[in-house]
Design a protein around this ligand. Sequence first.
Ligand SMILES: N[C@@H](CCC(=O)N[C@@H](CS)C(=O)NCC(=O)O)C(=O)O
Length: 214
Amino acid sequence: MLTLYYAPGACSLVPHIALEEAGADYRRHRVNYAVGENNQPPFRTISPLGRVPVLLTDRGALTENPAILSYIAQSHPEAGLAPLDDPFAFARVQSFNLFISANIHVAFRQIVFPDTYADGEEAAKALRDKVPELADRYFAVIEQGLADGRLYVHGDRFTLSDAYLSVYANYLRKGDRGDVSRLPNILAHRARIRARPAVQRILEVEGLADEWRD
Ligand SMILES: N[C@@H](CCC(=O)N[C@@H](CS)C(=O)NCC(=O)O)C(=O)O
C-alpha cells in the first residue's frame, strides 16, 4: 500500500492528482505544519528536509516530485500516465517535469521561503522582486510549446506533465509571480485539466475547489 504525505495546496498536489488519475490503491497522510509535524522525527526520517511530497512505498520512502511521478506512472502502466515503452518520449516527460521542478518551483520558493537562499529582509525583497521576470521567462517556454493547439503538454494524451503544469499554473493566479495575460494557452490548459473528474476529487479532498475556480 502506498501512502502520500501531503499538505493542502502544496506541490504534493501533483502526485495526489497522479495517484488518483492512476486509480492507485493509496492512503493519504496530511502533514500538519501548524504543529510542526514537518520538523519532527517521524516525518524527518522519511523526508530529511521536512518537505512534502513523500510517497511511502513497501520498499521505502520516495521524495522529489519528478521521481515520485515516474514511480506512479511505472507502477500503474495501465493508466497510461507516461509513454513507458518509448525512451525518447519518456525522456521528454522527464525533461518537462524537471524543468518545472528545477526552475519554476525554485523561483516560486524564493517568494515563500526566501531565507532558503539568503538572510535578511533586503535579500528577501530582492529574491521576491526577481520572481516575475523568472516566471515570465520560464512560462513563455511552456506557452510556446502549447501554441500549436495541442490539448496536452506532450500532444493528444494526458500525462504526468499535465498534472504538474496545472498546479504551477494555478499558483500564477496569486498575482505576485508573472504576467498571466501573456499565457492564454497555459490558462486554457489549466481549465481543461481542472475539469477532469480525478482532479476535481482531489481539489475537494484538499479543500481547494474554491481557490481553483475562475
Ligand atoms: N524539490 C522538491 C520540493 C519540495 C518542496 O519544496 N515542498 C514544499 C511544499 S511545495 C515544502 O514542503 N516546503 C516546506 C519547507 O520547505 O519547509 C520537490 O519537487 O518535490
